[in-house]
Design a protein around this ligand. Structure first.
Ligand code: NI
Length: 193
């Protein structure tokens, strides 16, 4: 068998292997997520194990973010609220979680006010600089304090990503945070069973 023939034979097989079968989660097998213990907006220690059996919709950001985070959170939580109206049982299986990338300013008190503005079930998590750095790395979220600003007035560059994780903490799909509430509700409904 000559090499060209072999390549012609193998190419469609290799190509086919790269296409996810229909219905398979886009992030299945991705190295994202893992254990954490952080502090919630009530001051309680919260670990990933507390969400066992629940889907988790996780968004990293910071409360002082001037435009992106509040817009994304609003849309995501409107989508979740819409799903609550369409299919309450399904929506109930999803725990929305906001994790700060600015733990210095996002204390539990600050987060408490912030998350309440978006959804009654949204949990806000903060921690030490080291704890946040570790969880961001684990969840493949890039963030960095922007140049300029002062000690208490500064911006934080960060990945803009809403990720749905499954009942065992496995990554499932990115949720299009820029979509309409209808699109977000449909995307959530698609993956939650
Ligand atoms: Ni932001």
């Amino acid at each position: 068998m000559n090499k060209a023939f072999l390549a012609a034979l193998l190419f469609p097989l290799l190509f086919a292997a790269c296409e996810a079968p229909p219905g398979e989660a886009p992030l299945a097998g991705a190295k994202m997520g893992g254990p954490f213990t952080l502090t919630s907006q009530t001051g309680a220690k919260v670990s990933d194990t507390q969400f066992a059996g629940q889907y988790r919709l996780i968004y990293f950001g910071y409360s002082y973010c001037p435009d992106v985070c509040p817009v994304d959170l609003q849309k995501l939580m409107q989508g979740l609220s819409l799903l609550e109206k369409q299919d309450a049982a399904k929506a109930k299986k999803i725990q929305p979680i906001f994790i700060t990338v600015d733990p210095k300013r996002d204390t539990p008190e600050v987060l408490k006010q912030y998350v309440a503005a978006f959804h009654p079930r949204l949990i806000g998590l903060t921690g030490s600089e080291a704890e946040i750095a570790a969880v961001a790395k684990e969840y493949a979220i890039y963030y960095r304090k922007a140049d300029g600003g002062s000690a208490d007035a500064y911006l934080v560059d960060h990945a803009r990503q809403a990720t749905l994780f499954g009942p065992k903490g496995e990554p499932i799909a990115l949720i299009p945070q820029e979509g309409t509430p209808q699109e977000i509700a449909a995307e959530l409904a698609k993956w939650v069973s």
